[in-house]
Design a protein around this ligand. Structure first.
Ligand SMILES: C[S@@+](CC[C@H](N)C(=O)[O-])C[C@H]1O[C@@H](n2cnc3c(N)ncnc32)[C@H](O)[C@@H]1O
Length: 328
């Protein structure tokens, strides 16, 4: 080789960098895929989020297993896929809960995974960019889980992403999808429109749109599932309370929501920074002090039960028809 010959070095998939005190994954950020941190604080937040979500859906990992005769039973889960697995809390819990089931986690970044000596035997991981055609073959998985990936799926990619999942699901198998809509809501309508939380929502969601993502993905999941060919599609919007507040009804669901809110307060507080820090301070050019003030004002409202603040979380499921009833 000549001395002046240069050799292209592929970017190391594990490379990270700091933006102020948060750690980011180089490939995710450079490809405008995922602008959320991949550090210990984010791993802890996602673990906590996983527990909160579990509470919100009545303690079920496989949502289509919840009700109605004929729906997939946990015992029929042999192979599951988790798209955008992050720290793999869902996939690892499935592998541990169902000893007959193999769980494959995929993500553009492996940085949040636990060390591999700590993986259950039936958990595997593959690097994969969900914005590219999924290469998992046809009719492979009994259940595909896709949760909290709207920050990283290109807006125009969504319909084809769901069709790719459809192809990978076996006939009779299911897809379950969960996305949060980050427009701050107030159960009693008292949240000020010009307050920190509303301004945070607008700034973050506008920035998502400008970087080519779909901040309103949650409300479209059912439509995309149906268009892809899934049937028995159901979608539900569930209130995700930001702190412990009660509607005063004394009903059981109010008490459950209060507990979820209490468990969520710290999570929401750290989420308000984690999600928006890079997009607002880098892409939108907000200076650090302004961002910190906005996040702090948003946090104060999010933790104030008087506003009864919440986000909508959309949960959607769909089943791939069995051969005789298949549309395509
Ligand atoms: C908010 S975390 C959610 C993690 C996990 N699904 C959960 O619910 O705990 C989003 C994850 O999706 C991954 N992700 C986002 N967009 C992606 C894409 N286009 N390709 C692969 N992974 C992606 C991110 O790297 C990150 O790990």
């Amino acid at each position: 080789m000549d001395d002046d010959e240069t050799v292209e070095v592929a970017p190391d998939y594990h490379d990270t960098f700091y933006h102020h005190d948060r750690l980011y994954h180089v490939v995710s950020v450079n490809s405008n895929t995922n602008l959320e941190p991949v550090d210990e604080a984010e791993i802890a937040r996602l673990e906590n989020c996983h527990q909160i979500f579990y509470m919100m859906v009545g303690g079920h990992l496989a949502l289509p297993n919840v009700d109605r005769a004929g729906r997939v039973r946990a015992s029929s889960l042999r192979r599951v896929l988790d798209c955008g697995t992050g720290p793999a809390n869902w996939a690892i819990d499935v592998a541990n809960a169902y000893p007959w089931c193999e769980a494959l986690g995929t993500d553009i970044s492996a940085n949040m995974l636990p060390p591999d000596w700590n993986w259950p035997d039936r958990f595997r991981f593959e690097l994969c960019n969900l914005n590219e055609t999924l290469q998992f073959g046809h009719d492979v998985f009994d259940l595909v889980n896709s949760r909290g990936v709207a920050g990283g799926i290109n807006a125009s990619r969504w319909p084809q992403y769901v069709r790719d999942i459809y192809r990978a699901v076996r006939p009779g198998g299911w897809c379950q999808m969960v996305e949060t809509h980050f427009t701050a809501q107030s159960f009693n309508g008292t949240l000020p429109n010009d307050g920190g939380l509303s301004r945070w929502s607008t700034a973050y969601m506008d920035s998502m749109s400008r970087s080519g993502k779909e901040p309103r993905a949650g409300s479209q999941l059912a439509q995309w599932l149906t268009q892809a060919g899934f049937e028995n599609v159901q979608s539900q919007a569930v209130r995700w309370p930001m702190c412990g507040w009660s509607d005063g009804s004394g009903r059981e669901d109010d008490a459950i929501r209060y507990d979820i809110g209490l468990s969520s307060e710290e999570n929401i507080s750290s989420m308000l920074s984690a999600l928006a820090f890079y997009p607002l301070t880098v892409l939108e050019g907000m200076d650090l002090a302004e961002f910190q003030l906005l996040a702090e004002q948003a946090r104060q409202e999010a933790s104030n039960p008087a506003f009864q603040p919440y986000f909508w979380m959309y949960v959607a499921i769909g089943q791939k028809p069995r051969p005789s009833r298949r549309r395509h």
